[in-house]
Design a protein around this ligand. Structure first.
Ligand code: 5GP
Ligand code: ZN
Length: 145
């Protein structure tokens, strides 16, 4: 791998990649890094990032997305083995409206327990009909690269 593009001095996670900022690292390879979230929602809450700076999943290339996805799956399996949670969420935010606060692509790995009282709620629109769903599907399909 060539030189890793960094957003030095501006990005907390680039600072963790370079070692300028401390982190409890648990996995590292040429392209990706995993470390504990500083404000864990549960024991084992950790983050997986690409070493090269990119803002979010929408601006990451296919290669980066694939490598981060692979590391996320591997770390998720290790969290499951090590901590034996009842379940596990993986999530990832793109943009302020989606709750993103650090603008360097990251996947959260969040161990879940039956009585953890942490809720992710979806308030779906029950009026969606199949014709509308098909229309939206076509719009997205046409936008695929
Ligand atoms: P987001 O809200 O962007 O999806 O998640 C950003 C996450 O980064 C938050 O869960 C937050 O606790 C974590 N975080 C922010 N600053 C630091 C830091 O300096 N070190 C670590 N390890 N995690 C951080
Ligand atoms: Zn960065």
């Amino acid at each position: 791998m060539g030189e890793i593009p960094m957003n030095q001095g501006q990005c907390i996670f680039c600072g963790i990649v370079t070692g300028a900022l401390p982190a409890a690292t648990l996995y590292e390879d040429d392209a990706t890094l995993a470390f504990m979230d500083i404000n864990p929602l549960a024991d084992g809450h950790c983050l997986v990032i690409p070493k090269a700076h990119c803002e979010d999943l929408l601006t990451a290339g296919d290669d980066v997305a694939a490598l981060v996805g692979q590391t996320t799956a591997r770390v998720a399996r290790a969290v499951k083995t090590a901590l034996q949670p009842d379940g596990l969420n993986v999530f990832q935010a793109n943009g302020v409206a989606a709750g993103q606060t650090v603008f360097h692509l990251h996947f959260h790995i969040l161990p879940r327990f039956v009585d953890d009282h942490f809720t992710i709620q979806f308030h779906g629109n029950p009026t969606s009909n199949r014709e509308h769903l098909a229309t939206i599907a076509r719009r997205i399909e046409q936008a695929l690269p």
